[in-house]
Design a protein around this ligand. Structure first.
Ligand SMILES: C[S@@+](CC[C@H](N)C(=O)[O-])C[C@H]1O[C@@H](n2cnc3c(N)ncnc32)[C@H](O)[C@@H]1O
Length: 324
């Protein structure tokens, strides 16, 4: 087996990395609603045009951890990708990986070294101190203009994400990160190879902190595939797993999004959208069947890793809506 450490991922072609060395890029953050465990089912639902190499432009308006982006862009002939998310900390991190990955890695090694030499009690103090200063310093960050101080912030985001409870990267309504510390003995704080691979892929990518509806301003030409992964319609009244950010996504927002889906369909783009299946809870609930009644709806099995009831983990379905 070749030793991938010997290649320089910055100068290697993505295809070389993925196919010859099998060290493809993968999500660099744990993210609620991440699609990694669904990729196998999704692959059979991608547009045929993608498999025929006819799609060159990929758009993902709710990118989150980006599992589908990484899958599509490494396996098909995408020339341009556009990623959007409303979460400013997430987009800041993507942009730092795109622009200053080596400096980011240096920061992460420093955090890793400091943290790993501490005992349990000291780690706790370190985590909560960092969380506090991270929350406080958000007022000093200009999220609209890239600057040097984004690099250390991105390192803090990755550190907190890797060490917090269950990777539940949660913000309250004031925009404060409020997840408690996790119980990992040896969290992987620096995944250098992956960050370099991700940075390489982001060279063909435009990344924006924006509402999903802004995608319409960037679309040009055909040969385009758009994948929508909006926040889940809550699977139960008590579930709050859609709280990735200060804003929430209500039924009205799901309906608004379906209108955009209809508009984009008229323009001839290939579209795919996923959500949790409300029938998991109430078999008579046909919210998505109604708002996407003119499209193909497929139900696939999902093992949702974040579910308070372990008995429900295996029986959850995800719906996938496609216009092809
Ligand atoms: C289900 S997650 C996406 C998960 C992602 N596909 C993955 O594999 O990790 C939904 C994402 O939508 C983002 N979001 C919520 N409201 C949004 C809006 N109005 N416009 C754009 N993004 C939004 C959230 O910040 C979150 O990252």
């Amino acid at each position: 087996m070749k030793n991938y450490k010997q290649i320089n991922p910055k100068s290697a072609k993505v295809e070389d990395l993925f196919y010859e060395y099998n060290v493809g890029a993968k999500p660099f953050l744990k993210w609620v609603g991440g699609k990694r465990q669904l990729l196998k089912s999704f692959q059979s639902l991608y547009p045929k045009l993608l498999k025929k190499k006819k799609i060159k432009n990929y758009y993902e308006p709710f990118v989150g951890g980006g599992a589908v982006f990484f899958d599509v862009v490494q396996n098909f002939e995408i020339e341009n990708a556009f990623l959007y998310d409303i979460n400013e900390e997430l987009i800041l991190t993507y942009l730092v990986i795109q622009n200053n990955v080596n400096e980011l890695i240096d920061f992460l090694y420093r955090y890793d070294k400091q943290y790993k030499k501490l005992n349990e009690e000291q780690r706790k103090e370190y985590f909560y101190d960092l969380r506090k200063s991270f929350n406080f310093s958000r007022f000093n960050i200009d999220y609209n203009n890239y600057s040097e101080n984004w690099i250390s912030r991105a390192a803090q985001i990755i550190f907190l994400n890797k060490t917090c409870f269950n990777g539940l990267f949660r913000f309250n309504s004031k925009g404060e990160f409020n997840s408690p510390m996790g119980k990992y003995k040896n969290p992987k704080i620096v995944d250098e190879q992956n960050l370099l691979n991700v940075s390489k892929l982001l060279e063909i990518t435009t990344i924006k902190k924006a509402d999903y509806s802004k995608v319409i301003n960037d679309l040009n030409g055909d040969s385009t595939f758009i994948y929508f992964d909006p926040p889940y319609k809550p699977i139960s009244k008590t579930s709050s797993f859609t709280a990735y950010s200060k804003t929430t996504f209500q039924d009205d927002d799901q309906i608004q999004l379906s209108k955009l889906f209809y508009d984009l369909n008229e323009k001839g783009y290939s579209l795919m959208l996923s959500n949790s299946d409300p029938k998991n809870i109430d078999p008579s609930e046909d919210f998505f069947d109604k708002i996407y009644k003119d499209y193909k709806i497929t139900r696939v099995n999902a093992k949702r890793s974040i579910n308070s009831n372990p008995n429900k983990r295996n029986s959850i379905k995800e719906i996938v809506i496609t216009n092809y």
